[in-house]
Design a protein around this ligand. Structure first.
Ligand code: SAM
Length: 238
């Protein structure tokens, strides 16, 4: 039975592609790409030549049914996005849902994604966390954030460099300037950097160092009551 494969691709460092991702890309009949130029570059680097089709946020509603039928008819198809894991703040979900609804086999390969290294690198608890992805760009940002105000798990946000400072200001308003945050930029690339501190400190840093590159912001969860008591006990002992 043919399958739809979701194949993660590097988020910067081309060496991060897995051996299995390469072997699947080599073996499928067709590759669906978010941007065929970006994927052509990767495929050339890997020495792979395959029929490429566009599958992006502007056509995925129209093409999901078609590509699901292509797999049902016996063709193995791989879906890739420009970087990282398809479906994670990238096209993928609609096609997977359509395939699942129609009994078409889906297999997602493990591999690169930006939020996992940013989360683990933060030093915040990662036994439980919530992935918030991109906040709405204009209307509804604060409303969305307010729903996270009492979140006790570590929270992960994606943000464009142009909105990082605004985003940190809004975090300060919502979570308080003293909440701990870890901001990772350019993961796996030459200028990879993680800036950790309170929201106030990190905001200060990015007001004086222009945010450049790609960003993941990891916010510590609201301190739990247990933690507060532990701190109070500590204060009494002091
Ligand atoms: N599918 C991708 C994944 O699995 O992480 C996410 C794609 S989303 C369109 C792009 C966003 O992911 C960027 O704006 C940034 O927030 C984050 N991102 C992607 N690559 C990154 C990198 N090398 N360093 C930091 N953040 C990155």
């Amino acid at each position: 039975m043919a399958k739809l494969y979701l194949v993660p691709t590097p988020i910067g460092n081309l060496d991060d592609i897995t051996l299995r991702a390469v072997s699947v890309l080599r073996s499928v009949d067709m590759i669906l790409a978010e941007d065929t130029r970006t994927t052509s570059f990767l495929l050339r680097h890997l020495g792979i030549e395959k029929p490429l089709r566009s599958h992006h946020k502007f056509n995925e509603h129209a093409t999901a049914q078609f590509f699901s039928e292509v797999v049902a008819a016996g063709q193995n198809v791989a879906l890739v996005s420009d970087a990282g894991t398809p479906g994670i703040s990238d096209p993928g979900f609609l096609l997977v849902r359509t395939c699942v609804e129609q009994g078409v086999e889906v297999e997602t390969l493990p591999g690169p994604t930006a939020f996992v290294p940013a989360l683990v690198n933060s030093g915040f608890p990662c036994d439980r966390f919530c992935f918030e992805g991109f906040l709405p760009q204009k209307k509804g940002r604060m409303k969305h954030l307010e729903r996270c105000r009492d979140e006790e798990r570590t929270m992960i946000f994606y943000e464009s460099p142009y909105r990082v400072v605004k985003c940190l200001e809004q975090f300060s308003e919502c979570f308080g300037a003293d909440r701990e945050i870890s901001v990772s930029r350019e993961l796996t690339k030459k200028f990879e950097q993680t800036v950790r501190g309170t929201i106030a400190e990190v905001l200060d840093h990015f007001r004086t160092h222009e945010p450049k590159g790609e960003f993941v912001l990891v916010v510590a969860g609201k301190p739990t009551k247990k933690k507060k008591h532990e701190e109070e006990d500590q204060d009494v002992e002091d």
